[in-house]
Design a protein around this ligand. Structure first.
Ligand code: ATP
Length: 384
């Protein structure tokens, strides 16, 4: 969808901002550009919508060389969100949002209806906020209006330059989450600049890590964290990249342990005998419908009654596909040595700290070898 072919930008004063850049962003993909201040991220973006022109090389948008497209026409196909938002102070939030549809000749009522729909989409009730002026909003709300405005004419491409830069860390995470939710629905092709590796990892389908005017690595968050291509990338992503990786590595069924399972209505004596036969100390307890109820230890199980009268309720579970970090969080929250993993309501198995570590190691190796995670042979901690 967006393709850079050997693009170089030298400013008139001789500064080389971008040097021989080649990369491609697929349709519906969100690529984050991350790197230190002055490495050429903003220049890269501004060449896409022709706010500045490359010195050499080509940029293609949907196969068309942007140099051949009239800049005004081009910018209608590209939403642009910047940190300072740039809302018009004397226009209401609704009219700010409707700017581009109005410019391209939509009737006022239609443009406003679209603006209201978009304010809703970014989490601002149009009835409450539509008639306010930008100065009557918080920083985070203004940022949302900026995103709504960029989406108003339904452009296939969005350029976002530090879109969540001006707000505090808590609001920032909220805005990131909201944007990801929205992006899952609208699937724009997005280039997003950030200097924050956490944000790049959270938001990007792929990340371009910039050195001085060049991309040092262009890959998935998992690969950038797991196998930094150069010492520069390794130092940029930081020593805690194992921790960051927890947030991008998803739980797969192959990561799970299968402890014994007892049913709530099963006789306790029988469950105890099975545990003893397997040499196990505890079992996961499921209810009649196969949903997680909790757990029971072998010492809790007498011979009387059903398992249910001895079991402990525990609601520690995560859905399959959730990040490992979430599973770790749930374990800590419940002070438990395991967390159940469910597919819908169905119990798949449990993740333990050892399994979690194994999943993390396996995913690092899988990225390094370029194979799926379940093809990585691994000597677990217990085997080592
Ligand atoms: N109009 C200009 N004239 C001359 N040099 C410029 C101009 N705009 C940017 N530069 C220089 O080009 C280099 C890249 O700038 P750019 O704004 O693309 O970096 P950036 O990675 O977006 O930085 P930041 O994160 O600080 O915004 C910098 O050295 C900058 O000083």
């Amino acid at each position: 969808m967006i393709r850079f072919e050997d693009v170089t930008k030298r400013y008139p004063d001789g500064t080389t901002a971008v040097d021989g850049l080649s990369f491609e962003v697929s349709e519906g993909e969100l690529v984050t550009l991350v790197g230190p201040s002055g490495c050429g991220k903003t220049t890269t973006m501004m060449m896409v919508n022709r706010l500045t022109e490359p010195t050499s090389g080509r940029i293609l948008l949907g196969g068309e060389d942007v140099a051949a497209v009239d800049p005004v026409r081009l910018r209608r196909r590209i939403g642009y969100v910047i940190q300072q938002v740039g809302l018009f102070p004397h226009r209401t939030v609704l009219d700010n949002t409707a700017t581009v549809p109005a410019l391209i000749g939509w009737k006022k009522a239609r443009a406003r209806a679209r603006a209201a729909e978009l304010l809703d989409l970014v989490g601002l009730d149009p009835a409450t906020y539509g008639q306010r002026y930008p100065e009557q909003l918080s920083g985070g709300q203004r940022q949302r209006v900026g995103v709504a405005r960029a989406l108003a004419a339904d452009p296939p491409v969005l350029l976002m330059d530090e879109p969540f830069g001006a707000v505090d860390p808590v609001v920032r995470v909220q805005l990131q989450d909201e944007f990801l939710r929205m992006q899952a629905a609208v699937r724009k092709t997005v280039l997003m600049v950030t200097h924050d590796i956490e944000e790049a990892v959270r938001m990007g389908d792929r990340i371009a890590v910039y050195g001085q005017g060049r991309i040092e690595q262009f890959d998935t968050p998992g690969a950038v964290l797991g196998s930094p291509a150069t010492p520069y990338v390794a130092s940029f992503v930081g020593a805690d990249r194992g921790l960051k990786r927890l947030s991008v590595t998803e739980i797969e069924p192959g990561d799970l342990e299968q402890p014994p399972v007892a049913r709530l209505d099963e006789p306790a004596g029988r469950a105890a005998a099975e545990l003893r036969a397997q040499g196990a100390r505890w079992a996961v307890v499921l209810d009649h419908g196969g949903e997680l109820h909790g757990w029971v230890g072998i010492d809790d199980l007498g011979t009387d009654g059903p398992v249910g009268s001895h079991a402990h309720r525990m609601n520690a579970w995560v859905p399959v596909g959730a990040p490992l970090k979430q599973a770790f969080g749930v374990m800590l929250q419940h002070d438990a040595g395991w967390v159940a993993v469910l597919d819908g309501a169905r119990f798949l198995g449990v993740l333990t700290p050892a399994k979690l570590h194994e999943a993390l190691r396996r995913s690092v190796d899988a990225d390094a070898l370029g194979v799926p995670r379940d093809e990585v042979r691994f000597d677990s901690v217990a085997d080592a």
